[in-house]
Design a protein around this ligand. Structure first.
Ligand code: ADP
Length: 478
């Protein structure tokens, strides 16, 4: 099977084919994808620019209808799409199904936006003049996305971009061509006009300049170094840039917390999807008096995790997504041991029935906040558990990070929760709830260097995917 690119209303093959390997079973090659050339990426950008004038002037109903149809198609196809995602990316079918339904709901949510998104009218300083502030599409949008949410992350960018009248070129991750094809097929079947949506697969490094250099706005989710590179690429044209990058997210557990609930929150928020979420907790900070209980509970919970093939219904945690991810996690484990951390549980490469990138979730104790594992993003199933004396120390360690994406606290004290919420420097704060797995209609993102250029989702998306126009109309009527 060949996963093709979609340019100017047509599926297109290309010369270069690359294998799509199942991380749960590396003997299973799930087709080959067509890596687009630089000139194909440039063509996709040019086509999107040509289509802009017609799309931006469509009626709100036309745009709403398209998005609604995509939402319906994704929901109808969700179980097949979920199996494809589980096969190519390694998350469980249940996780992939949840993700696909989020993608569907994102399209439904944004289907309401063309009619709902308001402008503003204000009095002028001068008599006889009316002032309006209205919103226009930014133009041609490049959406560059990662493998960890291969349908929901593209959906959260494409749906608002189209809703507000922009045209789109999607560059999905090299590791998830089937998810990109499924999403593109839903747009095609829903009747997206020619050129309005295009999709090119391939090496981000090779295609980056063609995409970013020819867009009006780029929305990117991925790693910090790539985000910085995109910012540099956007500088000459001053394209609008939105970056959703990494995290090193703390979860604080106070002595007054419901401890069983807190352990469950820590386990789910840290290790679901093998820790491959930018909002996963990775630094778990526990008040000293309950530390041993939490530590024992976490170790017990992690030993019970059923790790296995992503397509197996009994699997709770699949493999990591690719060899690079496995090597990265192992590298962090090695460094942490060398720096004096103690591995409380996990961190072993597992040989299961099929050859895959399996690793048991690793929990370190005895680390300090200046160790590499607590400074840099692992993006895998590796976390640390540390003791803190009180809330002030917990807040201070939470904020002692280069990142500022999400943070959480488990407590029954409303005062402790509110103090943490106010003092945390993260862009997302949770109380008695995992730091990951947030709502799709609420602005999402962190402060630099975890995020840049404004929030995604909710009205964050409206701000990014539109440009403001302030108009002064001298009608002479006083
Ligand atoms: P990850 O490690 O999660 O794959 P990356 O930031 O490397 O994170 O990749 C996220 C997305 O960015 C992918 O679609 C990838 O192809 C793309 N990408 C990588 N390098 C560049 C670049 N220099 N310019 C534009 N896109 C890039």
């Amino acid at each position: 099977m060949h996963f093709q690119n979609f340019i100017d209303g047509q599926w297109r093959g290309s010369k270069e084919l690359r294998p799509n390997i199942n991380p749960s079973d590396t003997n299973d090659v799930f087709g080959e994808y067509c890596a687009a050339s630089v000139s194909e990426a440039e063509e996709a950008m040019a086509v999107a620019r040509n289509a802009l004038d017609t799309w931006r002037w469509t009626t709100p109903t036309q745009r709403a209808d398209l998005l609604e149809r995509v939402a319906v198609l994704l929901a109808e196809r969700a179980s097949d799409i979920a199996r494809d995602i589980a096969r190519e990316e390694g998350k469980t079918v249940a996780e992939a199904l949840g993700e696909t339904m989020v993608a569907s709901r994102l399209f439904r949510y944004y289907a309401g936006e063309p009619l709902r998104h308001p402008g503003t009218a204000l009095p002028s300083l001068r008599a006889g003049i009316d002032v309006t502030v209205t919103y226009e599409p930014v133009g041609v949008v490049a959406n560059i996305t990662p493998w960890n949410y291969p349908i929901a992350v593209p959906a959260r960018k494409i749906a608002p971009a189209l809703a507000y009248g922009n045209t789109v070129v999607l560059k999905p991750s090299e590791f998830t061509p089937a998810a990109a094809r499924a999403l593109t097929q839903a747009l095609v079947d829903a009747g997206v006009p020619r050129g309005v949506f295009n999709m090119v697969m391939g090496d981000g490094k090779a295609l980056g300049a063609a995409l970013v250099g020819n867009c009006d706005a780029v929305s990117f989710t991925g790693s910090g170094p790539t985000g910085r590179r995109i910012l540099e690429l956007a500088l000459p044209t001053m394209a609008k840039v939105q970056l959703e990058l990494g995290g090193k997210n703390p979860l604080v557990i106070m002595a007054d917390a419901n401890i069983d609930q807190a352990i469950d929150i820590a386990l789910r928020g840290t290790f679901t999807h093998a820790g491959q979420r930018c909002t996963s907790s990775s630094r778990i900070l526990v008040e000293a008096s309950i530390y041993d209980r939490v530590c024992e509970g976490m170790i017990r919970g992690l030993r019970e995790f059923r790790i296995g093939h992503a397509l197996d219904d009994t699997t709770e945690v699949g493999p990591v997504a690719n060899e690079q991810q496995l090597m990265k996690a192992l590298g962090f484990i090695d460094t942490t041991l060398k720096q004096g951390g103690e591995l409380a549980v996990g961190g072993e490469v597992l040989s299961l029935r099929t050859p895959g990138y399996y690793i048991s979730p690793a929990l370190f104790v005895g680390t300090t906040n200046d160790m590499t594992v607590n400074r840099e993003e692992v993006f895998g199933p590796v976390a640390t558990l540390s003791k803190v004396e009180d809330l002030d120390e917990a807040i201070s360690i939470s904020n002692d990070s280069d990142f500022a994406l999400s943070s959480g606290i488990c407590t029954t004290s409303i005062a402790a929760a509110e103090k943490f919420r106010r003092r945390s420097k993260a862009g997302l704060v949770t109380v008695n709830s995992p730091t990951a797995g947030l709502d799709y209609h609420i602005p999402f993102g962190g402060r630099a260097p975890s995020g840049y250029g404004g929030r995604e989702d909710g009205w964050g998306a409206a701000e990014f995917f539109t440009e403001m126009k302030s108009s002064y109309i001298n009608h002479g009527v006083v």
